[in-house]
Design a protein around this ligand. Structure first.
Ligand code: ADE
Length: 182
């Protein structure tokens, strides 16, 4: 689709960042442009209305869960369009009140994600959003947290999928990547 091509061309591409061998794909140049931001969010909204909800046979999304950190930018934009709640999944130690935790693997070592314990109601329809899926460790941890709170994850949404890493098959719900990258 033309909108996807325009967004793809605007992504920042940074070889060897943050370390040698990684080609970092940056969505901030897209967010600097309000028209492209609108295009990107509208693309997700159209996808949710035409694919996510019909396929899952659900009539609405109750909660958009965004992952630390760029999911905190995309998530509320999508949630407000859907009339849904926005709920963050944050790195350990940042969220006040009672939280639940899930550990996940990063390239080096592990990290811990948290959600506020009362942030999702039993049976709520959830989508989980982030800018990029690589090995999928953070998305899987977020999915576990949503499940633990009784949420029903309908789909995972990403702007960029490093699809050669095959992480999408390891999630507990379908995944949609607007842009696939090698
Ligand atoms: N996170 C993990 N891999 C990444 C990449 N190649 N670009 C941007 N964010 C990432």
């Amino acid at each position: 689709m033309a909108d996807v091509q325009i967004i793809r061309e605007k992504l920042g591409v940074h070889p060897d960042f943050p370390k040698k061998g990684i080609v970092f794909l940056d969505i901030f140049p897209v967010l600097r442009d309000p028209i492209l931001t609108e295009l990107m969010i509208s693309h997700f909204i159209t996808h949710i209305g035409t694919v996510t909800l019909p396929k899952s046979k659900q009539s609405k999304i109750d909660v958009v869960v965004g992952l630390d950190a760029r999911g905190f930018i995309l998530g509320p934009l999508v949630a407000s369009r859907l009339g849904a709640a926005f709920v963050p999944v944050r790195k350990k130690g940042k969220l006040p009140g009672e939280t639940i935790q899930a550990e996940y693997m990063k390239e080096y070592g592990t990290d811990i994600f948290e959600m506020q314990a009362n942030s999702i109601s039993e049976g709520a329809n959830v989508i989980i959003i982030d800018d990029l899926i690589a090995t999928g460790g953070s998305a899987r941890a977020a999915g576990q947290l949503v499940k633990q709170l009784g949420g029903n994850t309908l789909e995972y949404l990403f702007v960029i999928g490093l699809t050669f890493l095959k992480a999408m098959d390891t999630l507990d719900a379908p995944a949609y990547c607007m842009i696939e990258s090698e």
